[in-house]
Design a binder for this molecule. Structure first.
Ligand code: DQA
Length: 144
């Protein structure tokens, strides 16, 4: 299987950005964790600060991806465009957050992405990416 892992704005700064909230792993560390958790499966791991680029990548997943994991970061709370793009997919979609947005500021409590996702993993830090890869592989196997 091929699993696409998309990361939204400011996640390029992981490791130095509010480490008390987001942890000390860099995005490169997290990519390695995903590759390990994936075993034989292939991980396509990408990050962009730009909403439209993320929309393009979601559309790309329509061909060739067996599951999509997305940490939409701040766009979770603002982006109808990401919601609409995700709705075009027929593969499992996992929304992922390092922190637990429900336990933070009120403006993080709503996600436009959740209603277009198969499931949500939040609050487990970098380990959440490994959990998401496992969940994606389980869903893919269930569908096979
Ligand atoms: C985040 C949570 C979002 O609210 C925030 O805007 C982020 C990261 C997380 O992984 O915890 O940038 O998606």
């Amino acid at each position: 299987p091929v699993i696409h892992v998309l990361n939204g704005p400011n996640l390029n700064l992981l490791g130095v950005r509010e480490p008390e909230i987001y942890g000390r792993d860099t995005l490169a560390d997290i990519e390695q964790r995903c590759a390990k958790a994936a075993g034989e499966a292939q991980i396509v791991f990408r990050q962009s600060n730009h909403e439209g680029v993320l929309v393009d990548w979601i559309q790309e997943a329509r061909e060739g991806a067996d599951a999509l994991i997305i940490n939409p970061a701040a766009y979770s709370h603002t982006s109808v465009a990401l919601h609409d793009a995700l709705k075009t997919l027929s593969i499992p979609v996992i929304e992922l957050h390092l922190s637990n947005p429900a336990a933070r500021e009120a403006f993080r409590h709503h996600s436009y992405v959740s209603s277009a996702a198969t499931g949500v993993i939040a609050g487990f830090g970098a380990h959440g990416y490994e959990l998401a890869v496992q969940a994606a592989l389980t869903k893919v196997r269930e569908r096979a």
